[in-house]
Design a protein around this ligand. Structure first.
Ligand SMILES: O=C(O)CCC(=O)C(=O)O
Length: 279
């Protein structure tokens, strides 16, 4: 579908076009752009409020993701990684109080467009599609999961793709199953003084590659040496940035001096007439 001789990213300051973002989500890219960064999208004061509440929740309750032997982080909210649909919606309910607690530091209107939800609902409506949280057995996908990636060795988050994990979700008919690609939408609410870089490689592994690597169900981690055989974009992410990335491509987060970057994020995939979000 794409001529991937070279991929690129787009930085937007100020006014953004929700229709372009909707197209990016639907098609997995616009021209050769695989990452769109809306710089300074969220107000600094709102990010600081979220950062403070995030740290309070972690101090009081610990991480919602315990030591799983895969990635060390501090987390508020659920993730579908290594879960089928039922386990994921149950996990979502389990941590929902903390998620609501976190976002309650902002007013409802601000939260309603923190990830462009209002704008994207309208943009997808025009395209004849419904944009909403994914549902399963009467439960729903989480609104957003907020994380501080800790030191995980050579990178704070190793090269990975977020399409492989859908196979596990699809096992019990979770509706994200038919999605052709995964878009990650992340809002940076805190960073290191120097900022830290998101890395996106020009490689979108298929099932054959995943099998060779033994990563059919997880997509994490691909060896850095392997990823580095492909073109690589490094983009510094700062507090307030909202970024949409084709997360079916290998991507990761570099270490920074203190690994203090905190991002709130979710995944999005188009399935037929639906555009679904989960975490
Ligand atoms: O925190 C980030 O910027 C990256 C998160 C990530 O890898 C993802 O959303 O898949």
């Amino acid at each position: 579908m794409f001529d991937d001789t070279e991929i690129d990213f787009l930085e937007v300051e100020g006014d953004y076009d929700a229709d372009t973002i909707a197209r990016f989500i639907e098609e997995g890219g616009v021209d050769n752009v695989r990452l769109i960064v809306l710089r300074n999208f969220a107000r600094q004061e709102d990010c600081r409020k979220l950062e403070a509440r995030f740290n309070e929740i972690i101090a009081a309750f610990g991480s919602n993701r315990g030591e799983d032997g895969v990635v060390r982080n501090q987390q508020v909210g659920s993730t579908q990684f290594q879960r089928n649909g039922e386990d994921y919606v149950r996990e979502t309910v389990k941590h929902l109080d903390h998620v609501i607690d976190l976002f309650s530091v902002l007013d409802a209107t601000t939260v309603g467009n923190l990830f462009l939800d209002d704008d994207l609902e309208r943009a997808f409506l025009k395209r004849g599609k419904v944009y909403r949280q994914a549902r399963h057995l009467g439960g729903t996908g989480n609104f957003a999961t907020t994380r501080k990636w800790l030191d995980n060795g050579a990178m704070t988050l190793h090269p990975h793709e977020d399409t492989a994990q859908i196979a596990q979700g699809a096992e019990d008919g979770f509706e994200i199953g038919g999605g052709p690609h995964t878009i990650a939408a992340n809002l940076c609410i805190a960073d290191d003084a120097e900022g830290s870089a998101t890395v996106l490689w020009n490689h979108c592994p298929d099932d054959t590659v995943r099998k060779e690597m033994g990563l059919e169900m997880t997509g994490y981690p691909y060896p850095i040496d392997y990823a580095d055989r492909f073109q690589k974009l490094r983009v510094k992410i700062r507090r307030g940035d909202l970024y949409f990335m084709n997360a079916s491509y290998l991507h990761g987060v570099e270490n920074s001096p203190t690994n203090y970057r905190i991002t709130a994020g979710r995944f999005i995939t188009p399935v037929g007439h639906k555009v679904l979000t989960w975490t």
